[in-house]
Design a binder for this molecule. Sequence first.
Ligand code: FAD
Length: 401
Amino acid sequence: DKGMVIVGAGEAGVRAAFALRERGYQGTVTLIGDEPHLPYERPPLSKGGEEAETVRAIVANERFAEAGITFLRGHRAISVDPARHALLLEAGETLSYERLLLATGAAPRPFPGIGTSDRIHVLRTVEDASAIRRHMRGDGRLAILGGGFIGLELAAMGRKLGTAVTLFEAQARVLMRGVPEKLALALQARHAAEGVELLCGVGIETIADGESGVTIGFADGRQIKVDALVVGIGAQPNTRLAAEAGLAIDNGIAVDRHLATSDRHIFAAGDCCSFPVTAYGGRRVRLESWRNAQEQGSVAAANMLGEAASFDAVPWFWSDQYDLTLQVAGLSDGATSTIGRTLSPEAEILFHLDADGRLLAASGLGPGGAVARDIRLAEMLIARGTRPDRAALADPSVKLK
Ligand code: FAD
């Protein structure tokens, strides 16, 4: 029995393992994860205050035994031999597979030439998160490099815990990718009101780590010294295994709409892969999103069992900062007009339409769950390729249904 083998015990890999059983698969299922922990949720690592101290497991340990899933914790896969259907583990063991799923995730992009230390961090793992939180307790200053989701969420968390925070963004504003200017500026204003020192349009040239702190040098020659630095400048897909096995790579492990790689016995899901998005004419994207990883895990499992399920979900992402939640559904590139829907003084949705009036994307920002329902409905409209009535979109008293 060669069975099903999954590399990567994150959101995508775990979902796939259980989905194989839910679909009635009776053979062996082996899940391999190189972290020393039970699979855990990453979103809480950059959110919340003290509650983020506790690791939130994706599933309870006993569920693996109940489902008959062999979970090899703390094991790293080091090579794939597609011709022999074999996977080699670092510990020396070789596993044969009927079908293989690569769910290897992504890794933080480092600042060129700068590694991590007691004072310089990236954020991906539970270890990274606890190292960063140690700097949020004292009265020092924490610098964050990068105004993306992780940088902004960490800034909010730092303020909640009472630390001085300076955030540097090279671009003219935060969240340049995928979030409309109006909502990004509203978030910036909130960060400023919470006491974050937010500096946009600043190029950092040098970072020097020293016993007493980190010295950051700017393009104009100025320098500042902070107690600790988090580098949050994006992530890179973990593609090494796939690339060395000769699989096609294109901004991630390239899969088709069935999540099959260029080898039909090997699938990929989650942050590590790029896939064609059905709702956008097959445009290839790679997403770093929790729901995407889960849904792709399920679809990959179905196809490992011989189905031909298409992955055609509308991209969706959320971020929590202070009491605000940002949600983005769809892809707004190619939009030619934007319509605003004001739900309250603090809550707004922006709808992005193409030249034919087709809804491409919706972005919402507001306290708690204020924007959730409209974004969910927008997702359905996007999936159906709807051309909604503009006046109805703009009028919060008109239900999107
Ligand atoms: P991962 O969760 O990265 O899992 C991959 C696993 O594979 C890792 O454990 C890795 O160590 C392991 N692995 C890699 N190579 C090997 C190998 N060769 N052998 C064995 N194991 C291997 N998304 C949202 O939608 N909303 C949010 O608010 C949000 N917040 C986030 C906050 C943080 C701090 C982070 C880091 C991410 C956040 N995300 C958020 C993104 C979301 O968590 C990811 O999209 C999701 O975790 C991706 O799941 P995955 O299974 O593809 O990859």
